[in-house]
Structures are given as structure tokens and as C-alpha cells.
Design a protein around this ligand. Structure first.
Ligand code: JFZ
Length: 430
């Protein structure tokens, strides 16, 4: 998209200023889980018998549902199948290092115990408990960083919140009043009552100028100095950049960043959205994003009862199985010093180059150009079996070993010396 180029320019400037030490864990993490869960998860993309395929969490907007009617959904929202330990186990098994869940999406419903607004899962729903509390405990217990998504500007439930122009007159709104009375106090609750948050994932800025956004960021960082705020807090602020939905930059970028994708088509649950990415697609996406130096945060959309989609459970666990034997080529790596090749992509670690063979070559050989170092060994990462290789100038040609797993065969190239950065000419220079 057009904004991506501007984003890169702005963030490269920022990355050049000073590396934020708080991003260290994030840059090593590589794989996050995004969860969209709210009243829309119960509706599943259908309002009054009409099917609105698209982003399920936008249903209220798409169907122009009056606030009073939408509020009735809360009265039937009872996710009795929700089990924080099961969700955290799934994340752990999938090889996930951080989780970000919607504490409040654009619909305005708080999925946690809020004293600021009664429109929340404890007060307005039969469920009557705080699932966010349970999830924050369960994830941390497993060494997973926990964070909240919070829609700071769009709030279709509130007369002064952004976005609802079917119940309210947009021109008469006092956004600052909404920020003062709901958005900021709720953010304070989230940053106070749930322990250390790895991430606060702000989304879709609006209604604040640069100075006001800076004040928002500062007052929130005062509560949690180490927490990382997403770039969608607006006005060029935030601690790491998150790219527009489903985008991977073409060349590596310095600094901390993530690409976000959803497992199927929608972020929020849709009953008949079956377009799930296969384990192979997830693994190859993860490798591609890591090869550019970023993280993949993959979204799942549990239903209104609290069940994870069966395909998400199955495919994420299979992704985790691959990571158990190939994780060294993902976690803690930096972008691949050898640019993308017809057979796949690379990631880097000290003294190691990882070849992610995404397309198996017909002739059983892959060529790796630009290897200006003394190679000591090439082996299949998953079973440590050495692979045959030869050198032609600065190219190495590797015989593909018998593949253990056709999702993505990773070959590790061990070397002495300093490998040239094949991207040096194409990375934006500041
Ligand atoms: C936002 C939300 O509106 C959406 O419901 C979902 O939560 C998603 C993760 O984030 O949608 C956006 C926001 C920004 C961009 C695209 C979709 N963008 O910058 O390209």
C-alpha cells in the first residue's frame, strides 16, 4: 500500500536515533498470537438473518445496528467454554511467544472488569467473570508475554466515540470528552490491573493531535514504562511498527516491527469462514517475515462460547511441531543476509545462515549466491544430517537432502568470517 513507504521512511529515522532496549524480547520473539474476541464473536457475521461476510468485528458498523439493539447481545453473551489454560496451552504448543487480545474493539464492549463503563463482560453479561484476568495469568505462567488490543478512538457504543454515524451526528461529537471519560480511564485500568503488559496494541488513531497523542503515550508509559505500544497509537508515535493488514515488506527494515495476518479471512469469528491457512502457509509466512527481520502476529477468532476454531487448533499445533525442530532458524534470528532466491528465503544468526527451502527444486539442488565466507558445514536443521555441497566462486550449491517435512526444509550453513550483507544496497539508508 502507499502508506508503507512513508512508514518505512519515518521509522528508519526513528530507529537510527536510538535503539529502544525494551524491544529486545520482541525482536527475538518472532511469533505472536492475536485474538479478536467480543460480542461480534457471538454474532458470527450475521445480523437479523442477513449474512455480512467480511470482517466479523465490523458487523455492527456494516449492518448499522442501533446501540440499544446491539447492547442486547451482551445480555446473551456467555462464553462458558472459555478456558484460559487451554488457550495458553495452545499458544505454547504453537511456539507462540506473545499474545495480544482485544480488551475492547470498535463495538465498545469491554471484555474485562471495567469500573469506567458498565458495558462490559462482568456487568452486562451473564458470564459475570473477567476472562482477561485469567488469560493474563495463564499466559505468563507459560512464559508468554501478554498484551491488550484497545480501540482508543473508534467506539460505536458511545455518543462521543469515533465511527458511529447512524445513531449519532459525527459533526456534533466531542472526541476529547470521550477520551477523557472512557478511553483513557479504561486504558489506565488495563495498564494497572493486569500485571506487566508486553504490548499495548492501540488501533486506528483519531481525534487527537500530535501533542495530545504524545500526552496519551506519556501518561500510559508512566504506568508501564517497559510496555511496547503499537505504531497505530498514531502521529508517528509508538515503540514498534505494525504494518497494515497482511503486508510483508519487500526488503528488510531496521528496528522492531511486525506483520499481522489472520488465520482465515476475518479477524473476528464468522460462522462460515473456512478459508484457513494451512500449516505450510503459516510456516512459510513466518519464514518470509523473519527473513525480513520482523515478527508475525497471527490472529485467531474464537467463537462466542469461547471455543477456538478447530482448524486453528489443529494447524497451529502442527506449526508448533515444525518449530520444535526448526525454531533455531526463526527465534532470535536477524534478517537473511542473502536476499530471497527462487527456492526460498534466508535468516541469519552469528556464524550461521539458515536456508528456508520453500520451493523444492526439480533438480534436487539449490544455489546460494554471495557466500563470501569459509563454509565449514551444511546440515539439515531438523535432524542434523549433513548435506552435500560444493562451492563455485562465491556460490554454494547444495544437494537437497531427503525432506523430513514438506512444509519448509531448513538447511543450516555454518561458516567462519563475516558474511556480506546482500541487501546492503537495497535497505533504505538514513
Ligand atoms: C483494524 C480494525 O479496524 C480491524 O477490525 C482489525 O482489528 C485490524 C487488526 O485492525 O483495521 C485496520 C487498521 C489499519 C489498517 C488496516 C486495517 N492499515 O493501516 O492498513
Amino acid at each position: 500500500s502507499s502508506s508503507i513507504a512513508q512508514d518505512i521512511e519515518r521509522w528508519d529515522k526513528q530507529a537510527n536515533e536510538k535503539e529502544n532496549p525494551n524491544t529486545k524480547w520482541f525482536k527475538e520473539a518472532k511469533f505472536g498470537m492475536f485474538i479478536h474476541w467480543g460480542l461480534y464473536s457471538k454474532l458470527g457475521g450475521v445480523w437479523n438473518g442477513k449474512d455480512y461476510y467480511g470482517s466479523g468485528e465490523w458487523l455492527m458498523h456494516q449492518a448499522k445496528v442501533p446501540v440499544a439493539d446491539y447492547a442486547k447481545v451482551a445480555k446473551e453473551f456467555n462464553p462458558v467454554k472459555f478456558n484460559a489454560d487451554e488457550w495458553a496451552d495452545l499458544a505454547k504448543d504453537a511456539g507462540i511467544k506473545y499474545m495480544v487480545i482485544t480488551a475492547k474493539h470498535h463495538e465498545g464492549f469491554a471484555m474485562y472488569d471495567s469500573k469506567v463503563s458498565d458495558f462490559n463482560i462482568v456487568k452486562a453479561s451473564p458470564y459475570g467473570k473477567d476472562p482477561m484476568k485469567a488469560l493474563s495469568v495463564a499466559t505468563r505462567k507459560r512464559g508468554i508475554e501478554f498484551g491488550f488490543y484497545y480501540s482508543q478512538f473508534l467506539d460505536w457504543h458511545e455518543p462521543n466515540g469515533g465511527g458511529n454515524n447512524w445513531d449519532f451526528d459525527e459533526t456534533k461529537k466531542d472526541y476529547l470528552k470521550y477520551y477523557k471519560e472512557k478511553s483513557i480511564p479504561q486504558l489506565k485500568e488495563l495498564l494497572t490491573n493486569y500485571g506487566n503488559l508486553g504490548i499495548v496494541w492501540f488501533d486506528m488513531p483519531g481525534g487527537l493531535d500530535k501533542k495530545q497523542t504524545q500526552e496519551l503515550v506519556d501518561s500510559m508509559h508512566a504506568l508501564q514504562p517497559k510496555s511496547l505500544f503499537s505504531s497505530r497509537v498514531g502521529q508517528g508515535l509508538g515503540d514498534y511498527r505494525t504494518f497494515g493488514d497482511s503486508e510483508v515488506p519487500a526488503t528488510p527494515i531496521s528496528g522492531a516491527w511486525e506483520s499481522i495476518y489472520t488465520h482465515n479471512d476475518s479477524w473476528g469469528y464468522i460462522t462460515h469462514d473456512m478459508n484457513f491457512k494451512s500449516p505450510k502457509e503459516i510456516i512459510q509466512l513466518l519464514a518470509n517475515v523473519a527473513s525480513k527481520g520482523g515478527n508475525l502476529m497471527l490472529n485467531v477468532g474464537p467463537d462466542g462460547e469461547g471455543n477456538m476454531p478447530l482448524y486453528s487448533i489443529k494447524y497451529l499445533r502442527e506449526t508448533g511441531k515444525w518449530l520444535q525442530t526448526n525454531g533455531k532458524s526463526i527465534y532470535g534470528t536477524t534478517y537473511g543476509l542473502i536476499p530471497a532466491q527462487p527456492w526460498g528465503v534466508t535468516t541469519s544468526a552469528p556464524g550461521k545462515l539458515y536456508l528456508h527451502v520453500l520451493n523444492n527444486p526439480r533438480n534436487g539442488k539449490i544455489r546460494v549466491p554471495g557466500v563470501n565466507v569459509a563454509v565449514t558445514k551444511v546440515f539439515q536443521l531438523a535432524n542434523k544430517q549433513p548435506a552435500k555441497w560444493t562451492k563455485q566462486g562465491n556460490d554454494i550449491i547444495v544437494d537437497m537432502p531427503k525432506s523430513l517435512n514438506d512444509h519448509n526444509t531448513v538447511l543450516a550453513v555454518q561458516f567462519n568470517g563475516k558474511l556480506n550483507d546482500g541487501y546492503a544496497a537495497s535497505i533504505p539508508q538514513v
